[in-house]
Design a protein around this ligand. Structure first.
Ligand SMILES: Cc1cc2nc3c(=O)[nH]c(=O)nc-3n(C[C@H](O)[C@H](O)[C@H](O)COP(=O)(O)OP(=O)(O)OC[C@H]3O[C@@H](n4cnc5c(N)ncnc54)[C@H](O)[C@@H]3O)c2cc1C
Length: 368
């Protein structure tokens, strides 16, 4: 059904394009968004939800140019929906990655600092990137997608010359949230034996009187498609405490917690456990960004402005993408991260196509 509706909308778009060939891409995206919104409003709630999820997936993958169709059109539930991506995100990225020659993608390169000052416009490279392993790379354009937590920790040392004060303020103003997952594998899944599907959910604060990291638990449920793995999700301040414990200590605490929840002291310890470490991992330092209460859009928006700005003759050198640079309602989502990447890539392409930049020196590109 979703597919038929989308085809119908796409046919309408084709008609519009034929009649007015100069129609701009963003108007087309807007039109598709409005039509999807109208369509979903007509459907009963339970059908609208499924249809919205399918349309979200179809518009994202059918045609790359539709990736910017406003997410509002799908309804908030579709953005927050549980969707299984076949092959994980590798499946989503594979068509793009296969078009890039392998030697152009470098892994395990932790960037220590970026020198982006040049004196004149015809000076190349315009930026020099130094990595922890000692390697150095020259670039004319740099798109920075480093997570907000890492930027917060390193912003004072990472850029030479320093990035603009309003960008530093934005980085410091936005907040980083903490989330963790614990996967527990059981030899004999007690919840299937007893015909009791495990699915617990708590609000943040519900378990606040507990003495250990379990005070940050927000859910515990069977891993989708598995018959012997339970996945526990934690959110909040105690995530870091959990990450600092050994697997065995976490396993012990979670077993006691399960015994309490199920009222059964015979529950065995898991045979294996895997836990995430996004908060203590220096490459992440947290899980998602959010706008703290009291912060304003004007404080946050400089985060996504390329640098240097205000010099028309010479294109910017540093571009900022990643989930923390998208609009607030998409922060902390893959969709937000992806849209921000496309947004900055388009700016770089436009800058490369801008011929004037060979001629004029720009004082904003200070030497360093
Ligand atoms: C538990 C959890 C569940 C989530 N569930 C969902 C969900 O269901 N749906 C959804 O849409 N989103 C979800 N998200 C959010 C989603 O994963 C993120 O919003 C998205 O991955 C952000 O993408 P990004 O490219 O901005 O950053 P990242 O994916 O964090 O990528 C940043 C990259 O920068 C690298 N890096 C860090 N420091 C350096 C450095 N100094 N030099 C070079 N590279 C560096 C990191 O290693 C990393 O590879 C979830 C997140 C978490 C933690």
């Amino acid at each position: 059904m979703a597919w038929n509706h989308l085809l119908e909308i796409l046919r309408e778009v084709e008609c519009i394009k034929k009649q007015t060939p100069t129609t701009q891409a963003d108007l087309v995206e807007n039109y598709i968004g409005i039509r999807i919104h109208q369509l979903l409003k007509k459907l009963p709630q339970h059908m609208a939800m499924t249809c919205a999820r399918l349309l979200l997936g179809l518009t994202s993958y059918l045609n790359p140019s539709f990736r910017k169709v406003a997410s509002d059109s799908f309804g908030a539930y579709a953005v927050a929906a549980n969707m299984r991506v076949p092959l994980g995100y590798l499946g989503a990225l594979a068509p793009i990655i296969t078009e890039i020659s392998p030697e152009r993608i470098l892994y395990k390169k932790q960037v220590l600092n970026i020198r982006w000052g040049t004196v004149t416009s015809d000076q190349h490279p315009r930026a020099v990137i130094k990595c922890k392993d000692g390697s150095v790379y020259n670039a004319d354009y740099v798109v920075i997608t480093i997570p907000l937590g890492v930027l917060k920790a390193n912003v004072d040392n990472m850029f030479c010359p320093p990035i603009s004060p309003n960008k530093v303020t934005a980085i410091k103003t936005l907040s980083v949230g903490h989330k963790a997952k614990i996967f527990m594998e059981f030899d004999q899944p007690m919840w299937v034996w007893r015909d009791k599907k495990i699915q617990y959910k708590w609000h943040e604060g519900d378990l606040s009187s507990r003495p250990d990291f379990t005070k940050s638990l927000i859910s515990m449920e069977e891993l989708n498609g598995s018959e012997h793995i339970i996945i526990a999700t934690l959110k909040g301040d105690s995530v870091e405490d959990m990450e600092k414990l050994t697997d065995d200590e976490v396993s012990q605490i979670m077993t006691c917690f399960l015994m309490e929840c199920l009222g059964d002291n015979s529950i065995p310890k898991p045979i294996s456990i895997v836990k995430t470490n996004w908060t203590t991992n220096p490459n992440f330092r947290g899980s998602f960004s959010y706008v703290p209460s009291g912060a304003s859009e004007s404080e946050i928006s400089p985060l996504r402005i390329p640098l240097p700005k205000g010099c028309n003759e010479i294109p910017s050198v540093l571009y900022f993408a990643g989930e923390h640079t998208c609009r607030p309602d998409l922060m902390g989502t893959v969709r937000g991260a992806m849209i921000s990447g496309i947004r900055e890539a388009e700016q770089v392409i436009a800058a490369i196509n801008q011929s004037a930049f060979e001629q004029h020196p720009c004082e904003l590109l200070a030497s360093c």
